[in-house]
Design a binder for this molecule. Structure first.
Ligand code: COA
Length: 344
């Protein structure tokens, strides 16, 4: 069996729509105020897809930028995973992006694990690239994307949710690295909380008569909107993210005979759902605010699966040699964390 190799991020990219939805504009749409939004969520602006922008165009733009940044030929990518919850059609977004990028014969599939979908995507790619190396001695590359069009499923008459979400995409090319490797990943889903945050009844059941097996022809597709019990989600989110950070460190220690602790963490990227959640996670981990990423939630709102890779770009080149953790939480409730080094 070959020696283990280091696998990490070799290139990063993102795409943010041009349209900016401000709190001042939301004040005209629903009964809210800039003061309430900033105080309860920390969000000031979000980006919203306009004509000519789509999940596919955002994912392709972010991926192209990551591939360019990695300096590799896209044809060397053997696995594509796109974390996305708002691509409510088939074929998969991954197959469309694969084709647009000119990647032949890769294993390409979407992952729907709420706002943690990017973490789940990275974990799958990391495991697969490790397997290809250990089993076949093959060094290959993977592409992980988080992209989301939350504006598609947001009810802009519901003030309790419409102020929270935005659109965007982030991407990472993953492959062999000299430094800056992924140390461990951890994912889980707590289905018992699934009802607190959902987008259900997207398609009305078309079977109208079960005995006769009669199907109703739908002329219009009614989009349902996201529904959320915010305060209940809030409490579980903080608890879960803190425990997932501890779990990923413990997994790394157990697998490698190490004794890393929370005190060794230089920086954390928590999912950018709400500034109060981000701060609570930082405080529980005894990290000062400068060690906890929060610009994403202020500037782009909750971009679901895209929030963590969008954040990487804000700190590009600034954190050399850091030990960092990404941690996310969302519908499902699916959550997870990545422990990694930043390249020297
Ligand atoms: N503007 C003004 N008032 C608003 C409002 C808005 N946009 N949204 C809700 N309110 C009101 C409520 O109606 C309520 O009024 P009431 O007391 O008269 O009933 C009051 O503000 C307090 O509402 P509450 O829901 O208790 O506020 P909160 O402090 O819990 O903040 C969230 C609400 C949604 C911001 C917060 O719960 C949250 O961020 N939850 C987690 C959501 C999340 O991150 N989800 C995604 C996970 S991936």
């Amino acid at each position: 069996m070959p020696e283990r190799i280091k696998i990490g991020y070799v290139g990063l990219g993102r795409y943010l729509p041009e349209n900016i939805l401000t709190n001042a504009r939301l004040e005209q749409i629903v009964d809210t105020s800039d003061e309430w939004i900033v105080q309860r969520t920390g969000i000031r602006t979000r980006r919203i897809m306009g004509p000519g922008e789509s999940l596919e165009s955002m994912a392709v733009a972010a991926a192209k930028s990551a591939i360019e940044n990695a300096g590799i030929d896209a044809r060397r990518i053997s696995v594509v995973r796109i974390g996305v919850n708002t691509h409510m059609r088939f074929p998969s977004l991954s197959s469309l992006v694969q084709e647009a990028l000119g990647i032949p014969d890769a294993s390409a599939a979407d992952i729907s694990a709420g706002c943690s979908s990017f973490i789940f995507s990275v974990e799958e790619i990391f495991n697969r690239l490790n397997f290809e190396w250990m089993a076949f001695g093959k060094k290959s590359y993977g592409l992980a994307v988080g992209t989301e069009g939350m504006s598609i499923v947001t009810d802009y008459s519901d003030r309790s949710t419409c102020v929270l979400f935005g659109d965007g995409a982030g991407a990472a090319v993953i492959g062999p690295v000299a430094s800056g490797e992924i140390l461990a990943t951890y994912t889980r889903t707590q289905g018992k909380y699934a009802g607190l945050l959902e987008l259900d009844k997207f398609m009305h059941v078309p079977l109208t008569d079960q005995r006769e097996m009669r199907f109703q022809r739908l002329e219009v597709t009614n989009y349902p909107y996201l529904r959320m019990e915010g305060p209940k989600v809030f409490a579980v989110a903080v608890r879960t993210m803190v425990s997932d950070v501890r779990m990923v460190i413990e997994r790394y220690n157990r697998a490698n005979g190490q004794q890393l602790t929370e005190a060794d963490i230089d920086y954390v990227y928590p999912h950018q759902a709400n500034l109060r959640i981000v701060r609570a996670v930082g405080e529980a981990l005894k990290l000062t605010p400068d060690k906890v990423y929060s610009d994403g939630v202020k500037n782009y709102g909750n971009t679901s699966a895209a929030s963590i890779p969008i954040g990487y770009i804000d700190n590009l080149g600034k954190h050399r040699g850091n030990t960092e953790v990404d941690v996310a939480f969302g519908a499902g409730f699916a959550s997870g964390a990545i422990l990694r080094k930043v390249a020297e």
